[in-house]
Ligand binder design. Structure first.
Ligand code: ZN
Ligand code: FE
Length: 262
């Protein structure tokens, strides 16, 4: 378990399954311990025991079982209240409360922002608290989620929305995919010196079994090939190399397809 201090709360990071991360948002003064995307119960129960705390809430970014797998067991054991997307009410096990970008949402008075970020699934949401963003399978370290239920346009719109958050936002995504994503990123964005440096840093971290997550939004803006279409000169050089139109959506769609066949 790794812990990160933010103003007013701490985030604990737990490894689960083969490459998932589960997060515990610990707001001690409000007596909140919220579990984000519990893939499985054992590592969550162990972490709670270590902290001497009981989980109070479950926050699900989307319905996939590697994000909701322990919902019912955690609810049965601890009585957690389960929060998920309004659009996925029928697909999130044990859901107690639905949220969306339009609704305001707070945990015992601590305000959280919900962002609708469809594309990976149609009901995918992200949770933002202070400078921490819990974005599930939308934005990864140097990558983005596969488009299972939405369109490329929706996914691009969702990524754009995240790109508008503060540069210092800490991105807590749900998978440790950064190293593999970087291999593709170097292929898609070969002239980016920042990418090569990130690859070196990431390799060192992974060799030491250190998580590469969280990272900053600024780093993603500079090196994530799925956000790079926001940069005009990248867009133009990528489009001319691949002989496609140089608007951001065309470039994003091409990169997403290329990654699918990588
Ligand atoms: Zn997923
Ligand atoms: Fe996932």
């Amino acid at each position: 378990m790794w812990s990160y201090q933010h103003t007013g709360f701490t985030v604990h990071q737990i490894e689960a399954l083969s490459d998932n991360y589960i997060y515990l948002i610990d707001i001690a003064q409000a007596d909140i311990l919220a579990v984000v995307d519990p893939a499985e119960i054992t590592p969550v129960a162990r972490a709670c025991e270590q902290l001497g705390r009981t989980p109070t809430h479950i926050l699900n970014t989307h319905h996939h079982s590697d994000h909701t797998g322990a919902n019912l067991e955690l609810k049965a054991r601890y009585g957690c209240r389960i929060i998920g997307s309004e659009a996925d009410e029928a697909r999130i096990p044990g859901i107690d409360e639905v949220v969306s970008e339009a609704s305001s949402f707070n945990l015992n008075g601590v305000e959280m922002h919900i962002l609708d970020v469809p594309g990976h699934t149609r009901g995918h949401i992200a949770f933002a608290l202070g400078d921490a963003l819990f974005c599930g399978d939308v934005l990864f370290g140097a990558g983005c989620g596969r488009i299972f239920e939405g369109t490329a346009e929706q996914m691009w719109h969702s990524l754009n929305k995240l790109s508008q958050l503060d540069d210092n936002t800490q991105v807590y995504c749900a998978h440790e995919y950064t190293m593999a994503n970087l291999e593709f990123a170097l292929h898609a964005d070969p002239d980016n010196a920042g990418l090569a440096a990130r690859m070196e840093r990431t390799r060192t971290m992974r060799q030491a079994n250190t998580p590469t997550i969280p990272g900053t939004l600024a780093e993603e803006m500079a090196t994530n090939p799925f956000l790079r279409p926001l940069d005009k000169s990248f867009r133009q050089s990528y489009a001319s190399r691949h002989q496609i139109r140089d608007d951001a959506l065309s470039v994003f769609t091409h990169i997403r397809n290329a990654k699918n066949h990588w």
